[in-house]
Design a binder for this molecule. Structure first.
Ligand code: MV4
Length: 454
């Protein structure tokens, strides 16, 4: 087993990792920025080292400082959480060179899946369905137009280094395409220092469904069913749930098997997520693979009973998976709302500041993952998520009723949050009926009067 794990992150995920380590008897080493001295992850870890000033690029993104902290305190593993260095192949490699186990897949998998065109190519090679599109990148206007015409409009132009919708553009005809192709390239160059793009047929109102995977160092890979993450605003997830109200047992099984096939084809180690878009006919297509633990992992934990972070730690220590595929049974429904310090009345602008009063919901069928407390000040330097509310029960209806109840119980004073917005969605008949696609939030904002959620 690992003896001491450095947690290269902050907020609720740092706490989540401390908890898994505590249950496994692994010592924990927190790192923190000058803005996070008062943070719970610093309080709850066995040891803590300050790694720099508040800004992320001067602290949580400083690979050399984090590795130095691990060496000073003699940690034998580093858990990157999500965001920050979680999908940084150089960091994973440097950990290895220093004899520290990076808790995640090898650098090669991070590089290959980090390039979305390469990832698409790997899916093709593994015989996993992809959306009709370009064969690799389209590197000049001429080739791009010819390929777009062959695919057929509308097409979507995506940055290979993309994520979060940056460097992504759609075009409904050849004239618009030329303009958007150049826009996408320029934006990607600016955002990622890499202007390379590829093309896909644009699906108008798909569902975003992702499969959770675990793979060990012995070639075993299992899937833990899907999460429906269609409820997104500006490419940020707002509500996630499992199982998807749209996916039949038959499609679930096929998608799961395809995700496993892809992971096995690259000897994938650790937790991973294969993202698919699913059209109105239930046809599904690979889009991306994430090589980290995701924010919404708890949803899968509640419906399967599997502790994904513990499994990550056991896998990193070289142990075999604790479960076989036939052990994985989905016996519950779980919904998650991300609570963010933002103002739905002012276009969801971030609202950092002091939480003067914090009381979080509880009771049967409720899980809260949060690092917040009364008197805690949300720093302006990091993302605005302050809690994840998960509610679960035997049926979707029960999970939804509990979410409505739980959100109504939340007391957060001093700052604005998106709680009223999430509650309005939970109460919306269209969402209740399980009909939401990736276009849902945009339409919701047009359809529903603002005073219903501000
Ligand atoms: C698409 C698509 C339609 N067709 N690809 C958005 C983020 C990135 N991960 C992939 N995204 C999309 N890719 C094709 N071929 C529509 C989206 C998309 C989307 C996907 C999931 C959730 C919300 C979304 C909102 C707008 C666009």
């Amino acid at each position: 087993m690992l003896k001491k794990v450095l947690i290269a992150n902050r907020g609720e995920i740092a706490l989540r990792i401390v908890r898994a380590c505590n249950e496994l008897g692994i010592k924990t080493l927190a790192v923190y920025s000058e803005a996070d001295e008062q943070s719970l992850h610093v309080q709850l870890a066995d040891e803590a080292i300050c790694i720099g000033p508040a800004a992320g690029n001067l602290s949580y993104l400083k690979a050399d400082r984090i590795i130095a902290a691990a060496e000073i305190a003699d940690a034998d593993g580093i858990h990157p959480g999500y965001g920050f260095l979680a999908e940084n192949a150089d960091f994973a490699e440097q950990c290895g060179e220093c004899g520290i186990k990076f808790i995640g897949p090898g650098a090669e998998a991070i590089i290959n899946f980090g390039d979305k065109a390469k990832a698409r190519d790997m899916a093709v090679k593994a015989n996993v369905p992809v959306i009709p599109g370009s064969d690799g990148t389209v590197d000049n206007e001429e080739d791009a137009i010819a390929t777009a015409k062959k695919i057929g409009f509308p097409v979507i132009i995506k940055a290979v280094a993309g994520g979060g919708g940056k460097g992504m553009r759609t075009a409904h005809n050849a004239v618009a395409f030329v303009k958007e192709y150049n826009n996408a390239r320029n934006e990607a160059e600016k955002a990622f220092g890499n202007g390379a793009v590829y093309l896909e047929r644009f699906l108008d109102a798909p569902r975003h469904i992702e499969i959770q995977l675990l793979g060990d160092q012995h070639g075993n890979v299992i899937h833990l069913g899907e999460r429906d993450c269609s409820i997104q605003r500006r490419h940020q997830k707002v509500i996630e749930e499992a199982p998807s109200p749209f996916i039949s047992d038959k499609i679930r099984k096929k998608m799961g098997e395809d995700a496993v096939k892809l992971a096995k084809s690259v000897n994938y180690e650790g937790a991973g997520t294969v993202e698919f878009l699913v059209d109105e006919n239930g046809e599904y297509f690979f889009i991306e693979m994430n090589t980290r633990i995701q924010v919404e992992h708890g949803v899968t934990e509640e419906v399967t009973g599997v502790d994904l972070v513990k499994e990550q730690l056991l896998i990193a220590a070289g142990q075999k998976l604790s479960y076989k595929q036939e052990d994985i049974k989905i016996t519950k429904h779980c919904i998650e709302c991300r609570v963010c310090a933002e103002d739905p009345g002012r276009n969801f602008a971030p609202c950092p500041g002091e939480i003067t009063l914090y009381y979080s919901p509880g009771g049967h069928g409720v899980r809260i993952d949060s690092h917040c407390y009364s008197g805690y000040t949300i720093p302006p330097y990091y993302d605005s998520m302050i809690a994840k509310v998960m509610t679960f029960g035997r049926t979707r209806e029960l999970a939804l009723d509990r979410m409505d109840r739980a959100l109504g119980e939340y007391l957060i004073r001093g700052i604005k949050t998106n709680i009223p917005f999430s509650r309005a969605i939970i109460r919306d008949p269209i969402f209740r009926e399980g009909k939401a696609t990736t276009k849902y939030i945009e339409e919701f904002i047009e359809r529903v009067p603002k005073d219903l959620y501000t």
